[in-house]
Design a protein around this ligand. Structure first.
Ligand SMILES: Cc1cc2nc3c(=O)[nH]c(=O)nc-3n(C[C@H](O)[C@H](O)[C@H](O)COP(=O)(O)O)c2cc1C
Length: 508
């Protein structure tokens, strides 16, 4: 089809060029409205002394050459030029149509044919070169997000933006037309990214980490944005309105967020009711943590609270695929902690009694030293735990990644940090877990993923899947498709055929 349209374009423009220089008029010049003569002899038919027909001919010849070269050479810059040229063709054609209809008030059949040809060519080129077009779309979207949308968002309170965007996303996800459109542009699908982990099929390894969709409103729109899975929550057994505001802050120079939500949750009952009627287009996990109220004086009460939350989801009709057990939220009231091994053991013993059929992943802290983490992992491997996630937020404000001025600004404010300050330690712990436990535990990487290379590094260190939040907030929602698309390039560069072959390749 593209070849036919190019041939039509070249023939049409050649004919008009010939007509121009031989100084005769095509046989469509006697009509009142359809008057080629008035159009072709108008002042608009020549630009800087060059007939438009000649420019049209050059346009089609260059486009043809670029398409031929790009099919042979497969270079991104060639396809980028094709998109640019075909889009320019549409814009100029539409301008000329407007001139004919409203200024000259006559229409030339051959010019209209060329305009229609340009529009059809544009869409066909987009269709044929779709992966390359999507790559360009991601670049344009990212640029638009970082230069216009994010600076506007960052003028407004962080939590207000978060809540508004979640509600907006929920609306987009509920309407099949908008969901379909988003999916068409944002989702990047490739068999090389598909894998089975802990018995679950993931269409790609990039998931939304717990904390963003804590009210479970985005399960419809997130697969369309291109996510391979999502963890909803953290959800607590009882409702909690969250810590005192402001509890979310931005550190743009450090590429980080200050988080002090403390498990704001509507409670397991409300959320499970909300999810019961939903069918999911991708694996959905439920993150469960202990209700953040000061009345828990004893470890036992906190354990029972968590067990009850699990129980509520177990007996619900929610079609979730896995659980995340969050033992690592650093912003909770009271002194109860699951880090001392006897405490963790007590919790895991109680959860074991539930005989959960769905896989459980434990969300781990990143502030513990290697020895402490190994102690926890040794214990965890005694239970039916499918895997571990490394990890949660960064507590250490002396971390060198922080911009000093930014961290001083937040002095005295309670909270811990996401994004780039978590990246290095999460990678170290992924390596540790993969090297010593990969036979028994799946490792999921989380922390500071802003690019495909960041995600690939985590995968090569041992992460089968990668979760993120902060990268999406700083880079834009196109980041997910962009990461997936570039992961395929990275796999090809390494001579690998599937993402599972890259998992742990640097630690084997
Ligand atoms: C706003 C916000 C809220 C979060 N809430 C939770 C939560 O409820 N449960 C949880 O396990 N992790 C929570 N986290 C931590 C993230 O899941 C993730 O572990 C951490 O942010 C590092 O990933 P990132 O750098 O990609 O954001 C939260 C993070 C952010 C930014």
């Amino acid at each position: 089809m593209i070849v036919i349209l190019l041939l039509i374009g070249v023939t049409d423009a050649s004919y008009l060029t010939y007509e121009h220089y031989r100084d005769f008029l095509p046989p469509c010049s006697n009509n009142i409205f359809l008057d080629c003569g008035r159009v072709l002899r108008s002042q608009y038919s020549v630009v800087f002394g060059i007939p438009l027909a000649v420019l049209g001919l050059i346009h089609y010849i260059i486009l043809t050459m670029l398409i031929v070269f790009s099919v042979i050479k497969k270079k991104h810059w060639l396809t980028d030029l094709i998109f640019l040229l075909s889009a320019a063709g549409v814009v100029i054609s539409l301008y000329l149509v407007v001139l004919q209809l409203f200024v000259i008030r006559s229409v030339c059949f051959y010019c209209m044919l060329s305009a229609l040809n340009s529009v059809l060519l544009y869409f066909l080129i987009r269709y044929y070169f779709w992966p390359q077009y999507q790559r360009l779309f991601f670049i344009k979207q990212g640029f638009l997000y970082r230069t216009i949308i994010k600076p506007l968002f960052f003028l407004v309170d962080a939590e207000l933006v978060h809540v508004s965007m979640v509600n907006f996303g929920a609306q987009l996800g509920n309407i099949s037309v908008t969901r379909g459109l988003i999916k068409r542009f944002y989702t990047y699908d490739n068999q090389m990214l598909r894998q089975k982990v802990a018995g679950i099929v993931f269409s790609n390894p990039i998931g939304l980490s717990a904390g963003f969709d804590y009210e479970a409103k985005l399960t419809s729109v997130l697969p369309a944005i291109g996510f391979g899975f999502e963890t909803v929550g953290t959800i607590t057994n009882r409702p909690y309105e969250g810590n005192v505001k402001p509890r979310l802050g931005r550190l743009p120079k450090s590429q980080s967020l200050l988080v002090n939500k403390g498990f704001k949750s509507e409670g397991a009952e409300v959320i499970s009711k909300r999810l019961e009627s939903k069918r999911f287009a991708f694996p959905v996990g439920i993150s469960i943590g202990r209700t953040n109220i000061a009345t828990f004086k004893k470890q036992k009460e906190a354990v029972q609270d968590i067990v009850q939350a699990f129980h509520k989801f177990e007996k619900s009709k929610v079609k979730h695929t896995y659980y995340e057990l969050n033992i690592s939220c650093p912003n909770l009231i009271g002194g109860i902690s699951f880090y001392p091994l006897p405490n963790l053991k007590e919790l895991l013993d109680e959860i074991k009694k539930l005989h959960l059929e769905k896989p459980v992943f434990v969300k781990m802290p990143i502030e513990k030293n290697d020895q402490e983490v190994r102690g926890m992992l040794d214990l965890i491997t005694n239970y039916q735990v499918a895997g571990v996630i490394f990890g949660n937020l960064q507590k250490d404000r002396r971390n060198p990644v922080f911009d000093r001025q930014e961290i001083v600004f937040w002095k005295g404010k309670i909270g811990h940090f996401s994004g780039k300050p978590t990246y290095k330690r999460s990678n170290e712990l992924i390596s540790l877990a993969y090297r010593h436990y990969h036979q028994k535990l799946v490792v999921i990487g989380c922390g500071g993923v802003f690019t495909a290379q960041d995600a690939y590094t985590k995968i090569k260190l041992g992460a089968s899947l990668v979760e993120l939040i902060t990268g999406m907030i700083y880079q834009g929602p196109q980041l997910i498709g962009e990461i997936n698309l570039q992961l395929v390039d990275l796999l090809k560069n390494d001579g690998l055929k599937n993402i599972s072959q890259a998992v742990g390749i640097e630690n084997r």
